[in-house]
Design a protein around this ligand. Structure first.
Ligand SMILES: [Zn+2]
Length: 98
């Protein structure tokens, strides 16, 4: 016996395809553009992921300082905050000159 519900079996496949495209979409997002600018700036030594004080545990986990080539994507995919992910990139400047 078949029912219309059987069609839902194609959904995971579709979700995967959308996820694959997410990276391209992300590369054009404001967060990605900001990250690119920071990475291109030689005075920026590291990239800091900053989160608000009431951030969800997923964002809290991600908060920290990263080497410029190992920065996770924002917004945080597993963010569970009702207002959405509000983590953002901040430059860690190499400001210590003699
Ligand atoms: Zn979050």
């Amino acid at each position: 016996m078949t029912s219309p519900l059987d069609r839902k079996q194609t959904v995971p496949e579709l979700a995967f395809q959308i996820k694959d495209r997410d990276y391209e979409a992300w590369a054009n997002s404001p967060a990605a553009q900001a990250l690119k600018r920071l990475q291109a700036n030689p005075r920026v030594k590291y990239i800091v992921i900053a989160v608000p004080p009431d951030a969800c545990p997923a964002c809290d986990d991600l908060a920290g300082t990263y080497p410029k080539d190992q920065v996770p994507m924002l917004p945080v995919a597993f963010c569970s905050h009702p207002l959405g992910c509000r983590a953002y990139y901040m430059p860690y400047l190499d400001d210590i000159y003699p």
